[in-house]
Design a protein around this ligand. Sequence first.
Ligand code: HEM
Ligand code: FES
Length: 354
Amino acid sequence: MGHTYRTVTWNRQKRIYDLVLWSGIVGYLIVFMVVGGLTFPNVTIETLLLRSTSTCAFLLLHIILSIGPLTRLDTRFLPLLYNRRHMGVSMFGVALVHATLAFIQFHALGDLNPFVSVFVSGTAGDILSSIPFQAFGALALLILFLMAATSHDFWLSQFSAPTWKRLHMLVYGAYLLLVGHVAFGYVQDATSPVPGVLLGIGAMWIVGIHLAAGFRELKYDRPVAPEDVSADGYVRVCSVDDIEENEAVTATISGERVAVFKHGNRFSAVSNVCQHQNGPLGEGRIIDGYITCPWHGYQYCPLTGKSPEPFTERIPTFDVRVEGNSVFVSDHPNQLGEEGQFESSSSDDSSSIP
Ligand code: HEM
Ligand code: FES
């Protein structure tokens, strides 16, 4: 979190994650090369290396892009999210091996400057064949490099969470470039329909789960019904009994996603957006008195929205009012760090919460 950072903080969970990840990568490369070598005895080791690393990196990219939507659809995928950045950096490493091999094999030995050669090489002939598909791969690699180089929390704290998040959204640009890289490369040398079909299935999967997760999110962005807004701008969010102890209900109020937690004998409302990577705080729990983000465990005081000392993150709080059995939340946030007020129409607060 945003007070100090250490170069790399490994823990048991991260070690296991990386062990499983790299066993999967090495296993994939070995199986690809053995099966490829046996199926196509004339293929060279260079081509097997080039193709095993390229497909491995592209597959990893599909997995990385799927993790976000999958966690929105089913929280059992959360452990994958916990170290997604390790997967991203590993994917960049494998892609770099593919790009370096291609660079040496196809560009380093010609008359043309190899860096120029990557951007102009097509097989010529018709328009499709003259498209320099490797230039798409090179631009994607540049984006993946930027993301890998800024993946550490140090850069997150330097850039601020929204800017860092915007930078890392470029991964979708890299994905589009890679679809172009593979598609144009494929049409220039199509000997089998399999790569084209796999590319199409992959793209449909990525679009499909993003749409599914988007539809799921729509329910959070439902506009508030006019009868749920009081004259002084408080919005009815739910009934007292709708929220479990130490958990939250979320709502969108004046365009902001808000999480209303029940803890002890009061309710607190905070922004639903974690300062780390926009994780959904309302899907977390209050642990040891702090709202704990379900994604990577950043914590916030439910009353003030501040992270525990020595951390410095802060999220806005909102005032809460309980009238009868209904929980109302103010439609505007408090100043950052300001404690959210809690009022109950009952004279005895504790009696208002079962
Ligand atoms: C400077 C950057 C890159 C260069 C010069 C490059 C070059 C190439 C070449 C020459 C091929 C055709 C290989 C063949 O027909 O055997 C290819 C295919 C491919 N590349 Fe790249 N590439 C680059 C970046 C990337 C990146 C960043 C990725 C993915 C993360 C990637 C994924 C693929 C895939 C999936 C294929 C199709 C499978 C294959 O034929 O190997 N490439 N690339
Ligand atoms: S998004 Fe990473 S801890 Fe909340």
